[in-house]
Design a protein around this ligand. Structure first.
Ligand SMILES: Nc1ncnc2c1ncn2[C@@H]1O[C@H](COP(=O)(O)OP(=O)(O)OP(=O)(O)O)[C@@H](O)[C@H]1O
Length: 354
């Protein structure tokens, strides 16, 4: 493994003990320590992530440091976690661990990809196996991905998981969007129209904590109209769906800090769950809000759920002459832009430490 970027890494001398037979499978590559790179958003959860991390680090090094080289990398701002993740994978890290909330996890997941391909180790002379895994230390405000595992908040348990290093293949979702056909990956949920618009405005008021979601919802409803949209599932025929309020496409189940919006999505299933809400009025959300947390909203007559491998969504109306900015798109709570969108699953894309 190249040493430049990690700096602190020390080469591990291979000693063959008396009576031990040296074999290629016990080569330094497989027995040597691998680098675990922790990508920390110090300002996550209004600064609490940085504080918790500082307290946790000695414990983490004491327990994990016997088998792995522990590296900490602090993000300096939005998108930096994506760049740090790509660099760690290029250098052949054993794992990249996102330390923060769902925003940091989203950026780390995007670092596992580069120009539509999986990011790979640069050093092709060594076969680095197993490939870089994704780990998670949930320490942000929102931990929607962690919710599906029913993990407790006990940091010792989180360290246990990293020490064990058990891997499971998980899918991610890919969104190709807008006129420029940009690309973004998501691990939780991508969504369109009202929920994405509310998320856009909530994102402007994050410093207010959970109040930002109330403000986001109020601003989202301002001027909102349910729209007719054209939808194509798994490359089939285009169909017009009338009065669409929101479309949520889940690789996992939760968004918005615990709403079970795509209740039968499973990141190991090889598909996504698309939930289409139609004809909702603002008062429906007040009356039915609790069903979104329980996941029972899919039983209502104007909510449709289906398993998809891909879903394309485009506008029916040409609105170029009015002041409608377009239909909002977000992925894992991050605003991306406006329709068109093509969303698909990338099956078994990442090894996740579970
Ligand atoms: N050093 C930094 N300073 C400010 N913002 C940052 C920094 N590093 C990353 N970010 C941005 O902060 C966002 C939120 O990060 P994170 O998810 O860890 O925290 P959070 O407060 O728990 O938020 P969330 O609601 O997403 O759970 C990320 O999407 C990222 O773009």
């Amino acid at each position: 493994m190249r040493r430049g970027w990690f700096q602190k890494t020390v080469a591990v001398a291979r000693v063959v003990k008396p009576g031990e037979v040296f074999s290629p499978s016990s080569s330094p590559q497989t027995l040597g320590k691998r680098d675990y790179v922790f990508i920390v958003n110090p300002n996550g959860a209004n600064g609490r992530t940085g504080e918790s991390w500082t307290k946790l680090l000695p414990q983490l090094k004491a327990r994990l440091g016997t088998d792995r080289n522990v590296h900490e990398k602090f993000t300096s701002g939005p998108q930096h976690a994506t760049q740090l993740t790509r660099e760690a994978i290029h250098e052949g890290a054993g794992a990249v661990v996102a330390v923060g909330g769902d925003g940091t996890l989203h950026e780390v997941v995007n670092g596992f990809f580069d120009n539509g391909e999986l990011t790979r180790s640069k050093d092709r002379s060594e076969s680095i196996e197993p490939k870089t895994a994704l780990g998670l230390l949930p320490m942000g405000t929102g931990s929607d991905f962690a919710r599906i595992f029913d993990w407790s908040k006990d940091v010792n348990k989180a360290i246990d998981r990293l020490c064990k290093g058990e891997r499971k293949k998980i899918d991610v979702g890919r969104v190709i969007y807008g006129k420029e056909r940009k690309e973004r990956y998501f691990i939780n949920v991508a969504d369109l129209h009202l929920s994405a618009k509310a998320g856009f405005f909530a994102g402007m008021h994050k410093q207010l904590g959970n109040l930002c979601y109330v403000i986001g919802a109020l601003r989202g409803f301002q001027g909102h109209k349910n729209r007719d949209l054209k939808i194509r599932v798994d490359g089939g025929e285009w169909e017009t769906w009338s009065n669409v309020t929101a479309i949520c496409i889940g690789n996992s189940k939760y968004f918005g800090g615990g709403m079970k919006i795509t209740p039968s999505a499973d990141p190991s299933s090889g598909d996504l769950e698309a939930v289409i809400l139609r004809d909702f009025k603002w008062h429906d959300f007040l009356l039915k809000l609790h069903t979104l947390y329980l996941g029972t909203h899919v039983l209502q007559k104007n909510v449709f759920s289906m398993k998809v491998r891909s879903i394309d969504v485009t506008e029916v109306d040409n609105f170029s002459n009015d002041d409608y900015p377009g239909t909002y798109i977000q992925a894992d709570g991050e605003h991306l832009g406006f329709l068109d969108a093509s969303i698909s699953v990338v099956p078994s894309a990442i090894d996740f430490i579970q």
